[in-house]
Design a binder for this molecule. Structure first.
Ligand code: 5GP
Length: 190
């Protein structure tokens, strides 16, 4: 049986990537799951271990790195983040498409190993919109500055992706992503 698609969604903080992902997961029709990444960043108040991330110590993370458990990993904003192979391969073999919410460095590593994966770069229509969304989230000024600097670097690499989605109208953005995912399922290989 052909494997279900592997789907990368990258894009700066404030691009609305997580909202698009939750819409894709909650709409009926497509068998999809979101891979739970491991990270060394501390949990935010609402985040649960094993649900939003596996929150690991640096030692735990490095041990798994050495054991080859990661499909990709990267350092983002001073913390390790990585996709575990166990979150991906067996689900795809069962016909479940796997979504990866990862940064541009991780996306390049995944693409190198799975050239048939489907990749999306999610962005807003303007720079001011990132700032506005980050401010609305209540991030600290330092965190906002750091995330905007990362956003600038990420935007320089958006041409590496199969599709660049401008998330101005959420319904439209979700529909665009969904259409491409449906095509990948139909192709039966990705
Ligand atoms: P946050 O700390 O806001 O949850 O995530 C920060 C950034 O790390 C986001 O761009 C997110 O996509 C990225 N990220 C989350 N998990 C992974 C992962 O497993 N691998 C990589 N390379 N990036 C990740």
């Amino acid at each position: 049986m052909a494997k279900a698609p592997l789907i990368i969604l990258a894009g700066p903080s404030g691009s609305g990537k997580s909202t698009i992902i939750s819409r894709l997961l909650h709409e009926r029709g497509l068998p999809l799951r979101l891979s739970v990444s491991a990270t060394t960043r501390p949990p935010r108040p609402y985040e649960q271990n094993g649900v939003h991330y596996y929150f690991w110590t640096r030692e735990q993370f490095e041990k798994q790195q050495q054991a080859g458990a990661f499909l990709e990993w990267a350092m983002v904003h001073g913390h390790y983040y990585g996709t575990l192979r166990s979150e991906v391969d067996e689900y795809r073999a069962q016909g479940i498409g796997v979504l990866l919410d990862i940064d541009v460095q991780g996306a390049a590593q995944v693409r190198a190993q799975y050239p048939d994966c489907l990749s999306f770069f999610i962005r807003t229509s303007s720079w001011e919109e990132y700032e506005r969304r980050l401010q609305k989230r209540g991030e600290s000024p330092e965190s906002i500055a750091q995330r905007l600097a990362t956003a600038r670097r990420e935007l320089e690499r958006m041409h590496e992706f199969d599709h660049v989605i401008i998330n101005e109208d959420l319904d439209l953005a979700v529909a665009q992503v969904r259409r491409e995912i449906e095509k990948a399922f139909q192709k039966g290989s990705a």
